[in-house]
Design a protein around this ligand. Structure first.
Ligand code: GLN
Length: 248
């Protein structure tokens, strides 16, 4: 069994080490005997929708987002839409989240078109939201990370929040929501840097299980029943718990 990860714009959208999310997916797959291949997809590169199982796009400053927006529209949009229609799991962090939405409008400048795969829109406000974040998911589980964005994201009818903010600002500092998950349950966006997944192993496994099921069906679920190494589980769980204690 093999997991193929497309890492979009790794050199441009990697704010705060967001590549750690790709490493977490790789480690929790390999620990279960699943081969993992990371395919960097930069400007001008072609994304092959049938060849990937998981797509990751990290965060970046407005300038990087403007730089990749044109390439996304020209070289990636159709393939990303086809991948989403296949059920390929995608995760966007901050700027990457904003680019999965309809548009991101930097402060006092024109909107940057997004892919429109997540039903959300973002307009930069005058204030930057910076700090640690604790999110409570609908099942009561928690996510920890930190945020640094001026974008204020409004969710549409086609998504639900990833969770509600217990600490921090989240999507817009107003409605208590953080992040977004598509109605299909396969496309995820969040403002949580950290990087996110190494401190939130339950989310990593949620994404990994869904990504494997697209190509391998029930065999993917069986593979996920294999526990990861006790050392990895202990490390990631303790990082999560420590962050909760520090942000009580
Ligand atoms: N430039 C975007 C904003 O400020 C995203 C920043 C980021 O990716 N951390 O909202």
């Amino acid at each position: 069994m093999k997991l193929v990860i497309a890492h979009l714009y790794p050199a441009h959208l990697n704010m705060y080490g967001d590549r750690g999310n790709v490493l977490a997916m790789v480690h929790r797959a390999q620990c279960r005997g699943i081969e993992a291949e990371v395919v960097p997809v930069g400007p001008g590169d072609t994304l092959v929708p049938e060849a990937v199982d998981f797509v990751f796009m990290g965060g970046g400053q407005d300038a990087q987002q403007m730089l990749v927006a044109d390439d996304l529209a020209r070289h990636k949009a159709d393939a990303m839409r086809q991948a989403a229609e296949r059920g390929v799991v995608m995760l966007g962090i901050c700027g990457g989240y904003q680019m999965l939405g309809h548009y991101y409008q930097p402060y006092d400048s024109d909107p940057i078109p997004g892919l429109g795969l997540l039903d959300c829109t973002t307009v930069a406000g005058p204030e930057r939201f910076i700090g640690n974040v604790v999110v409570v998911r609908p099942d009561g589980s928690t996510l920890v990370g930190f945020e640094n964005h001026s974008g204020l994201t409004t969710l549409g009818q086609g998504v639900v929040p990833l969770g509600t903010v217990k600490l921090g600002k989240g999507n817009n500092g107003q409605d208590g929501s953080e992040g977004a998950v598509s109605a299909s349950g396969t496309l995820y966006g969040t403002y949580l840097h950290g990087s996110l997944l190494p401190k939130n192993p339950s989310l990593t496994d949620e994404l990994l299980g869904k990504a494997l099921s697209v190509r391998y069906g029930e065999a993917g679920a069986v593979a996920m029943q294999q526990p990861v190494s006790p050392a990895l589980q202990a490390l990631e769980t303790s990082a999560h718990q420590r962050a909760l204690v520090l942000n009580r």
